[in-house]
Design a protein around this ligand. Structure first.
Ligand code: DGJ
Length: 694
């Protein structure tokens, strides 16, 4: 961390981020890129010239956290209305607190020129990960409420004058995580969620390059927002070739009445810079997530079986015990009962909200099934969907007002369910109590937390603040419920699911150890989905089941290999699997147990993208570079096909390595530069262990 007359420079292992006060006293951006040797190497914060009467200095000044104020027309981070109706914020620098420590940083204190409104900008350097973290705190020091209408986390500035390409992820239910790359042109590109969750449709992640980066090389500026509700990303290229990316809570339908004495803290945005391409950008995020975000980032995930696709809602002790016996014999370590176990839940039209075992299916509670699963040597996991309520439930009959609704409107049901207003503390308390009881009375090791619809009629009768605070208070309530349960049951491994990958972000991953990536478990589709997911999230987060949803010509081994590239699970109907299939599965699960620490904790290299190539490959290399594992997949390529070589990555160039299936021992440099060739037929795959010799 450098502090001098030019301002502040946050330095990480190989990057730097600089900003300071210009001669006019504005907090402006100076630099974001490769770290340089001298403090004075970083440009000074300058005043911006004006450009005729239409574009004064205010419009051209690259402010770190621009508020809507004065003659500036760029997309600002902040928009407020004071109680007298004044609708801008003129922020003046007051002081800075430089913070040493493992994540050095600085807090910059700004205040409005007239109103008792203070903004603190928080900056932290995560040196080892080449990441900068930013968020803002907005405080009302007066005696009248202030309305926040936009309160974003950060504006990230790209070097002035460049031409850039934005990479982002888009999709929909069953079809998440597609990578899109598009040139940024003058104007605004907007990505967002208005669904009260992160959403299947876009993810709060960006990677910006100069249009020529690939997996291994090229400058990338990338970032995320750690928030699990409505969010917005705008990438603006101004009329003066200044490119900025904003990230924050969505301002669409947002308002927050900041009462006297209160502070509103935005979620954090993290961003980084690399010269080593998209692969390096992903690995920074993977390492940071594993080391600092996930509650159990360094616990190996167990191979699980989930009975949803086998038995759907028809769960009881005999049906689950039969599956559990077969699962245990295959080497499964964790048996998960999905939807259908709780009161009145025979289809998707009843029961949500009544979180106790169905009396008909489990007359003696879950104990007998859990005991059986434990006797078989497995841990036990359970599915819940706490934020939801079916109108046909005891909970709804007692508290119809707890559902999100507008009083004069029909409550739209999707999947026969409504969303509970988790902004309300009584709803939060109900969920904490009933789920704490469930976890306290039963030996549960794993919880899959699902969320199967998006919001509609987002009303809040009797809200103390602005009813539009719902968007944020819902997420804060979710974090409180989940956080309290986590703290009371620290050994439990939690999974975030929202009809597949509808809620995966660095906010929820502070609570969940894993994510269910997609409800699409068809193996060839899954290859592309996993490739997109890996842009942001590490393989230990990525739970991947082998199911029966692939076409019959996709071999079981191929399906396993796809799932073994993440955190392996099985979801097929084991009673329908032949003995030979179960024996194959046992062999592959045993193989996975040998390689999983490299997959879950190693450095990931996308050697050939499954989103773009019918012959794809991904590898993982242990942190000490002593071992690795290579996965290669061929889907459909019309014959005659010649598969191109695979060039390994991440090995020590000087050290000697063997690759399973090849007789020669070669240097890491040779495996990476001369490569290797594998022969695969259509829908064939291979997994090869890589070992350092000596
Ligand atoms: C959606 C999930 O993504 C599925 O895996 C399953 O848990 C169902 N919900 C159960 O209702």
């Amino acid at each position: 961390m450098i502090t001098n007359s030019h301002g502040w420079v946050l330095e990480t292992r190989s990057t730097a981020y600089a900003f300071g006060l210009n001669p006019s006293g504005r907090l402006v951006h100076r630099y974001w890129g490769a770290r340089m040797p001298l403090a004075d190497d970083y440009p000074a914060p300058l005043d911006s010239p004006g450009w005729a009467s239409f574009n004064g200095p205010a419009h051209l000044t690259p402010e770190e956290y621009p508020a809507y104020a004065g003659p500036s027309y760029i997309d600002p981070c902040l928009k407020v209305t004071f109680s007298d109706g004044v609708r801008d914020a003129v922020l003046i620098f007051k002081s800075a607190d430089v913070l040493p420590g493992p994540n050095p940083g600085v807090d910059i204190h700004l205040e409005d020129a007239v109103y008792p409104f203070a903004v603190t900008l928080h900056y932290r350097a995560h040196e080892e990960y080449d990441l900068i973290e930013r968020w803002a705190s907005l405080s009302n020091h007066g005696d009248q409420p202030i309305t926040l209408e936009r309160a974003w986390s950060a504006q990230w500035h790209l070097p002035l004058g460049g031409s850039y390409r934005l990479s982002h992820l888009a999709g929909r239910w069953l079809d998440e995580w597609h990578i899109h790359r598009e040139v940024l042109a003058p104007g605004l590109k907007v990505l967002e969620s208005r669904r009260i969750t992160t959403s299947h449709h876009h993810n709060p992640w960006f990677a910006v390059d100069r249009g020529n980066a690939d997996e291994d090389q090229g400058e990338i500026w990338f970032g995320v927002l750690g928030w699990s509700g409505n969010w917005k990303l705008t990438a603006e290229v101004t009329d003066f070739a200044s490119t900025r990316v904003n990230l924050g809570i969505n301002d669409w339908d947002f308002a927050w009445r900041l009462q006297p004495g209160e502070t509103f803290a935005t979620p954090a945005s993290l961003a980084g810079y690399t010269q080593s391409g998209f692969g390096a950008a992903s690995r920074c995020l993977h390492d940071f997530t594993r080391d600092t975000v996930l509650p159990h980032g360094h616990i190996l995930h167990k191979v699980l079986y989930n009975s949803w696709e086998a038995t759907t809602f028809n769960v009881d002790v005999p049906s689950q015990s039969r599956l559990a016996e077969l699962a245990a014999a295959m080497g499964i370590e964790l048996f998960v009962v999905d939807d259908g176990w709780f009161e009145g839940r025979n289809l998707d039209d009843a029961g949500l909200g009544d979180w106790w075992p169905d009396r008909a299916k489990f007359p003696d509670g879950l104990g007998p099934l859990i005991n059986r699963v434990n006797q078989l040597g497995m841990e036990f996991g359970l599915w819940i969907e706490p934020e939801m309520v079916n109108p046909d439930s005891d909970l709804y009959r007692a508290h119809p007002d707890w559902a999100i609704h507008f009083p004069t409107r029909q409550r739209t049901e999707m999947r026969n369910q409504l969303i509970l207003n988790l902004g309300r503390s009584d709803v939060q308390d109900y969920l904490i109590d009933i789920l704490d009881k469930l976890l306290s009375e039963n030996a549960i090791d794993f919880i899959k937390w699902d969320m199967n619809r998006n919001v509609s009629e987002p009303g809040w009768e009797g809200a103390e603040g602005d009813p539009r605070e719902l968007w944020v208070r819902f997420v804060q309530g979710l974090y409180r419920v989940w956080g309290t349960l986590r703290a009371r049951h620290p050994h439990v491994i939690w999974q975030s699911c929202s009809g597949g990958g509808g809620r995966v972000d660095l906010g929820i991953l502070r609570l969940a150890d894993q994510a269910w990536v997609s409800d699409n478990t068809e193996a060839t589709a899954r290859l592309g989905i996993q490739d997109g997911f890996s842009q942001v999230f590490p393989a230990n987060v990525m739970e991947a089941w082998v199911t029966d949803s692939s076409a019959p010509h996709i071999p079981l081994e191929f399906r396993f290999h796809v799932s073994m590239a993440g955190s392996l699970g099985v979801g097929g109907h084991l009673l329908h699997w032949s003995e030979a299939d179960r024996a194959d599965a046992a062999r592959l699960i045993a193989l996975y147990k040998q390689i999983r620490s490299v997959v879950q904790f190693g450095d990931q290299y996308r050697l050939r993208s499954a989103q773009h190539e019918p012959f794809s490959a991904v590898s993982y290399v242990s942190k000490d570079r002593r071992e690795g594992v290579l996965f290669a997949f061929r889907t459909h390529i019309p014959d005659p096909a010649i598969l191109p070589p695979l060039y390994l990555r991440g090995l020590d160039p000087q050290a000697l390595y063997t690759v399973e299936g090849f007789d020669d021992t070669r240097s890491g440099a040779s495996w990476m530069n001369a490569g290797l060739t594998v022969q695969l037929r259509d829908f064939q795959s291979t997994v090869r262990k890589i070992k350092r010799v000596g």
